[in-house]
Design a protein around this ligand. Structure first.
Ligand SMILES: [Zn+2]
Length: 73
């Protein structure tokens, strides 16, 4: 099973899209609970980390470039 790695400032794609139509969320707080902000409507929600990892599909963009993204740029 794929491990979900994410960090503060990442733009992530959720399995379920937000009512506004966007399914891209920005991670704006890390901790026991994760606060994410909808890229589409700027609405932010606080959700338990476990629920977040379950509902998160993938990381779309990361603020800190990894070796993988470096080769793409
Ligand atoms: Zn939204």
């Amino acid at each position: 099973m794929e491990r979900k790695v994410f960090q503060l400032g990442d733009i992530v794609q959720m399995k379920k899209q937000h009512p506004c139509g966007s399914n891209e969320m920005e991670v704006i707080r890390m901790g026991m609970d994760i606060r994410i902000k909808c890229v589409g409507c700027q609405h932010s929600v606080l959700i338990p980390r476990m629920k977040f990892e379950k509902n998160m599909k993938k990381v779309l963009r990361s603020t800190i470039p990894t070796a993988e993204t470096d080769t793409l740029n």
